[in-house]
Design a protein around this ligand. Structure first.
Ligand SMILES: CC(C)(COP(=O)(O)OP(=O)(O)OC[C@H]1O[C@@H](n2cnc3c(N)ncnc32)[C@H](O)[C@@H]1OP(=O)(O)O)[C@@H](O)C(=O)NCCC(=O)NCCS
Length: 338
């Protein structure tokens, strides 16, 4: 049975059941990824940025003979933002290839269509069944990034300490757990407007103005995701010349996520990228002692950043693909194939 589902009011048993399904999916599709924990999972599923909405549906197994509710075997959620609906679909490995994934997508696509959105986007992990799934539904591949993972146990910390000081004269590197300080928010947002070197997928827009930046930091905190920031200040102008952001999620605190790294155009060529990333890793080592890995996503064309990441010890892991589809076409196709 597929039904609309609200994580804010769901029972704890449902949250745990969804976690079990997510971890069963990870064990089969991404066995090197750490399993997720229950910590702040409800908030992770429920909290959104102002102006965005997330709508979810779950597929629940039949109740047991003693009346115990069935487990959640699948989930779809769609985040409505801008002019696009961003989809996430999960089906428990034991329930796959029965048409459940297709049903869940249809349910979400109909709503996205009714809400007047034109397209649906989805991030799809390379070398998993999801590629064949979305291609069978007529989604087309727009963009491919490479995910790379750094194993902190292999890091040469002495070398990293040296890298972290290798920034040109006239720059000052600072570490800010929790987010940039208030007095730097405006300068930080200006640097974020420099989008050429973003390490982020297009489905995760950066925060270009200071209010959106504040909102996005608040949202991260509410979702149980702790941001850490290292920035390079240009001493003469007081401008933020470069920044790097890492988030440690309560749901998988042993593997952190690298978010944006930006070096503003005028400040390139002074070793800022390498220095701020090295400093970040050193700070994380003491701030988050349980951390064992950091993962990052890069455009394949971004050779400069891939080179620095390789020097730091990141190893390419998987393709991370962005697919999209016209909503009206998708609904029409799925309705006709039933
Ligand atoms: C992708 C996913 C949702 C598919 O769910 P599903 O219920 O098995 O999909 P369906 O049964 O509706 O399949 C629909 C069509 O997709 C295609 N498809 C699905 N899985 C496939 C596979 N393993 N190989 C080839 N084609 C496949 C087929 O064309 C299938 O139709 P068919 O069974 O009639 O041939 C499921 O595999 C999943 O949850 N994957 C994890 C997704 C994810 O987000 N992971 C993130 C962390 S890894």
């Amino acid at each position: 049975m597929v039904r609309e589902w609200d994580p804010r009011t769901a029972s704890s048993a449902e949250i745990v059941s969804l976690l079990d399904t997510l971890n069963a999916v990870l064990a089969v599709d991404l066995p090197q990824d750490p399993p997720w924990r229950e910590s702040s999972l409800r908030e992770y599923l429920a909290e959104v940025m102002p102006g965005e909405r997330r709508i979810s549906w779950v597929a629940q197994a039949e109740p047991a003979t003693d009346g115990t509710p069935g487990s959640l075997l699948g989930q779809v959620n769609v985040l409505l933002l801008g002019n696009i609906g961003v989809l996430e679909v999960l089906v428990h490995p034991s329930a796959r290839r029965t048409g459940l994934g297709r049903d869940l997508v249809l349910r979400a696509a109909r709503r996205v269509y009714q809400e007047g959105f034109e397209s649906i986007g989805v991030e799809v992990v390379g070398d998993t069944p999801a590629i064949a799934f979305y291609e069978s539904l007529g989604f087309s591949r727009e963009y491919v990034e490479t995910r790379s993972v750094l194993d902190l146990s292999g890091v040469d910390w002495a070398e990293l300490a040296e890298m972290s000081t290798g920034v040109g004269a006239g720059y000052h590197v600072e570490f800010h757990p929790g987010g940039p300080p208030d007095e730097l928010i405006e300068a930080y947002a200006r640097a974020k407007a420099e989008i050429r070197d973003i390490e982020d997928g297009e489905l995760r827009p950066s925060s270009y103005d200071s209010q959106r930046l504040r909102d996005s930091l608040d949202c991260l905190h509410r979702r149980g995701m702790k941001p850490y920031i290292v920035l390079a200040l240009h001493e003469q102008s007081g401008e933020v010349a470069g920044l790097t952001e890492v988030v440690v999620p309560a749901q998988h605190p042993t593997r952190a996520d690298q978010y944006d790294t930006i070096v503003v155009q005028d400040h390139r060529g002074y070793g800022i990228d390498r220095a701020i990333k090295a400093r970040m890793l050193m700070e994380l080592r003491s701030a988050e002692p349980q951390l064992t890995e950091v993962q990052t996503w890069n455009a394949q064309a971004n050779e400069a950043m891939l080179k620095v990441n390789a020097e730091l010890g990141y190893r390419p892991d998987r393709d991370w693909c962005e697919y999209s589809v016209d909503v009206a076409d998708l609904v029409h196709r799925l309705d006709n194939s039933r």
